[in-house]
Ligand binder design. Sequence first.
Ligand code: PEP
Length: 251
Amino acid sequence: MSRVPLIAGNWKMHKTVGEAEALIQALLPRVASLESVEIAVCPPFTALAPMVDSARGSRVAVFAQNMHEADHGAFTGEVSAAMLLDLGVSGVILGHSERRAFFGETDAALARKLPAALTAGLTPILCVGETEAQRLAGETEAHVRAQLESDFAAVEPERYAEVVVAYEPIWAIGTGRVATPAQAQEAVAFVRSVLAERSAEAERIRVLYGGSVSGENAVELLALADVDGALVGGASLTAESFAAICAAARQ
Ligand code: PEP
């Protein structure tokens, strides 16, 4: 089963509009010829509209970093799927570990956000992954299984392949401590096996690895049998390193 790799750059709370513009203008020519790879950048909300304008007609899609599950309402500080679509945004990161840890994002909310994103026509990147303590306690699989089972609870089995899952061990995010290829392959294959229990579409689901991916380690990680791309934080903040990771995903 061949799945088109996706490399997504999570800019987190970095880049003013001017800085984002400089980054995208440096990135676009570097990735213009990478035809067998899907590429997305995920700027902060303030830079979404200008990045959609700047990336129009290019190989680079623009995703948001979060959304609310309701269409509209009294939810101060939140943004709906309809608002993202209105800007020309094509997808959204959901359940990033930083949102789970610092902003109270729950699996119950994600079980509503995932179908809301799909209904709206956005491609969700659902993040799952264990803490270091959970890994050391041998609880990685139980934790990742619980996240997947909760978060996919309201997704129709025939729509599973429209979701992208990012396996991100929390101890590897922003730390420079990348998972070993064996750890990444084992966890990503486990994600697919859990989804296969619920949907016949599991072989078509793209499962990314995230956690300290760099231009140096990307070739090895992206060559793994079940790894269909990467969710990239720090290394997506410069055009050179992000483009190097995109090039490493070329099939
Ligand atoms: C992330 O934020 O999802 C991430 C993987 O960050 P980093 O690449 O910096 O570890």
